[in-house]
Design a protein around this ligand. Structure first.
Ligand code: GDP
Length: 441
């Protein structure tokens, strides 16, 4: 096999290693809740600012990537099991073998559904895609690399799974468990793939002006080992290269797959160790990247048990006792079907808005959540367009109220009487948690 990518990538690898790039300085201010981590607000703010490139698609896609034999399929199977279980409650399909559609955890939806006496609720969902294993050389097409990379190009965010469990029975591709090194192998492939992609584009005479300038700037950063998202491109620069689907521009969550017993019983020390690993990953920018800790094996065991008692017995067998009263919240705190969508929501700065409450019962009996990027500045008219062509054409005005405020009242009409419901025109920008009622003719 030959091509410009291979020809040009080799000196780049050399360059990166000769440079012996120091680990990036991490601002490690991570607060933990059970089994996963979220960064404090100061870093979130920076990340949100930088991730505000126009994320226009409604269906959020998250690619699960990593080296082979680290637990990706195990994690994916657990998510897929959950997806099938959730599909029994909500009418969405789970047909594709490598896509799991997962409900976005939502503090208001069920409460708003009950408040407005809806027949049903429809949550927002995200797609998690099992991309299969990347190996060193994927950027040159090794191990079906091109196909996998093409799948990642279509994703909005990346869950980069890293093996952090020791098990002599599970062969590691390099014969040793070294999470930081593993993450770097994958990161380097993404960087090399972007370099090759950009170099091919720059060879075209049609690549001119703003696009050429932005790509050259990006290329310089990548050649120093800096992922595209950390090069400091402006929103406009990102926009001109958006259609290229560059891999290192995508926001990343490093997901550490740890031993199930450590995960359940030794969280504090696992959390500390993972922090240490994160700070040692080269080609990673901690002002934007997040990390989480999961146990894929535990997840798949639990998700295969429909019965709560069985789940409880299993958890007891690995040393965890918990009261049946709080098992839902306990599991919801540690399972990736809950932890990962929450982190993706934070990573991409996604908001939830709702329709249903306030609609006369004879018109609609569904309370529904919609997921949007805050950067998109969702207006009432854009939401009307999403709902129905007729609602768009017949738009008169919108009634808007924060869900938390609405829930303080006895009914929609009581909230209206209390004067908390705003009347807005077509261009009002909706906020996270807003409940919207569009009046149309
Ligand atoms: P993939 O190649 O990354 O998709 O890896 P798989 O999900 O197929 O997992 C490879 C092997 O590792 C399987 O035998 C899994 O059962 C095992 N495995 C996955 N996660 C864990 C874990 O957390 N602990 C242990 N001990 N084994 C795991």
């Amino acid at each position: 096999m030959s091509g410009p990518g291979i020809h040009l990538a080799a000196p780049t690898v050399l360059l990166l290693f000769l440079l012996g790039l120091p680990a990036f300085a991490f601002r490690s201010q991570t607060s933990y809740f059970f089994g996963s981590s979220v960064r404090n607000c100061d870093t979130v703010h920076t990340r949100q600012q930088r991730n505000t490139d126009a994320l226009l698609c409604m269906k959020i896609k998250v690619g699960i990537i990593g080296l082979p034999n680290i637990g990706k399929s195990t994690l994916f199977n657990a998510l897929a099991q959950k997806s099938i279980a959730q599909a029994e409650n909500f009418p969405f399909c789970t047909i594709e073998p490598n896509i799991a559609q997962i409900v976005v955890p939502d503090e208001y939806l069920e409460r708003l559904g009950t408040f407005s006496n809806s027949d049903k609720t429809m949550p927002a969902t995200m797609e998690f895609i099992d991309v299969a294993g990347l190996v060193a050389g994927a950027s040159r097409g090794e191990g079906l690399g091109n196909r996998f990379l093409a799948t990642i190009r279509e994703c909005d965010a990346i869950c980069h799974l890293v093996r952090y469990f020791e098990d002599p029975d599970i062969v590691h591709i390099d014969g040793r468990v070294d999470p930081a090194q593993d993450a770097e192998v994958v990161n380097l492939e993404l960087i090399l793939a972007d370099i090759a992609h950009i170099e091919r584009r720059l060879e075209k005479t049609t690549c001119q002006g703003e696009e050429r300038d932005a790509l050259e700037k990006l290329l310089l950063g990548l050649q120093k080992g800096i992922p595209g998202r950390a090069v400091g491109l402006s929103a406009d620069e990102k926009l001109v290269m958006k259609s290229m689907g560059l891999l290192t521009l995508k926001p990343v969550i490093y997901v550490f797959n740890v031993d199930e017993v450590d995960f359940l019983l030794d969280q504090a020390s696992i959390a500390e160790k993972v922090e240490g690993v994160v700070s040692n990953i080269r080609y990673c920018d901690s002002t934007m990247d997040m990390h989480a800790v999961i146990s894929a094996k535990l997840e798949v065991e639990i998700s295969s048990m429909a019965d709560l008692n069985e789940q409880q017995e299993y958890l007891k067998s690995v040393g965890v006792e918990f009261s049946p009263d709080d098992d839902n919240s306990f599991l919801a705190q540690i399972m990736s079907y809950s932890v990962l969508p929450k982190q993706v929501r934070e990573l991409l700065d996604l908001i939830l808005v709702y329709t249903g409450p306030g609609v006369p019962p004879e018109r609609s009996r569904t309370t529904k959540a919609y997921l949007y990027s805050r950067a998109q500045a969702l207006t009432t008219i854009k939401l009307a367009e999403r709902l129905h062509g007729e609602i768009l054409r017949g738009f008169i005005r919108a009634e808007v109220v924060p869900g938390a405020t609405l829930l303080l009242h006895e009914s929609y009409n009581a909230a209206k009487d209390a004067g908390v419901i705003r009347v807005e025109g077509k261009d009002a920008i909706l906020e996270d948690g807003d409940v919207v009622l569009i009046k149309w003719k």
